[in-house]
Design a protein around this ligand. Structure first.
Ligand code: SF4
Ligand code: SF4
Length: 238
């Protein structure tokens, strides 16, 4: 790492600290940029790296969930998104001031309602950066806090060392399967039923007077390796 890298790494850590972020990872996204939505090809190709940031979801708020989302959870969810978006914007400003390119991608902004996808899959970036793995509930699962994190990303051409995927999976844990009211969570992460989940979120948004597509049940159930003590580590871990 040369002086500039150390300087920039310190700057990212400073933004992380100032914005009370819990995790920060860096991914090489050159091999997966075609998965980015709503970004013109020439814009996409400016950015070889992605900085992914995460904040924890409050355990106390999750404990208020019984059989679906509530207004407390929805409010908290929005506050975490604001926190992440603010941190991502601040990080992008600092990077641009250093003469590099940076594009903050919002924590939660759907750009394609048919597929429920945003500009970029934060969880895939977090996976590439080594922050966690793809769980049976189709979310990013961290070792420390399971699915109880929210994510945002800053695309950049800042020259930085990157992380790499962990050799970890859900192992024998099945906790989230039993709590999903839609039966969307399957044995294999790849078999996750997006349509069933989407229909359930739609119903919750109407029947719980929330007006947004949130749920929280499989997030509450998933506490990662620390909470479940059943996951398996099958490869190298940073
Ligand atoms: S968000 Fe709710 S409906 Fe969707 S998979 Fe999780 S528990 Fe099931
Ligand atoms: S609850 Fe268990 S099976 Fe479900 S995503 Fe989390 S670690 Fe994986």
């Amino acid at each position: 790492m040369d002086f500039d890298q150390i300087d920039m790494r310190n700057l990212l850590e400073k933004v992380k600290h100032e914005n009370s972020l819990d995790l920060l990872g860096i991914a090489d996204v050159r091999g997966s940029r075609e998965g980015f939505l709503e970004l013109p090809k020439d814009v996409r190709e400016i950015f070889p790296l992605a900085i992914v940031i995460a904040v924890r979801v409050s355990r106390s708020v999750l404990n208020t969930l019984e059989d679906g989302p509530n207004l407390l959870y929805y409010h908290h969810y929005r506050q975490l998104n604001f926190q992440l978006d603010r941190a991502a914007s601040r990080m992008a400003q600092e990077i641009e001031r250093k003469g590099y390119a940076a594009l903050p991608i919002p924590a939660s902004q759907i750009v394609n309602w048919a597929t429920m996808k945003g500009h970029l899959p934060h969880k895939d970036v977090a996976y590439l950066a080594g922050l966690g793995w793809r769980g049976r509930n189709n979310l990013l699962i961290t070792e420390e806090w399971g699915a109880q994190v929210r994510l945002a990303t800053v695309l950049t051409n800042l020259p930085l060392d990157t992380g790499y995927p962990l050799g970890v999976d859900c192992g024998s844990c099945r906790r989230c399967l039993a709590v999903c009211p839609a039966g969307a969570i399957k044995e294999e992460p790849g078999a996750f039923d997006h349509t069933a989940c989407y229909q359930q979120l739609k119903e919750f948004s109407k029947t719980r007077q929330i007006g947004q597509y949130v749920c929280g049940l499989c997030v509450k159930a998933c506490q990662g390796l620390a909470g479940n003590r059943e996951g398996s580590i099958t490869g190298s871990v940073r």
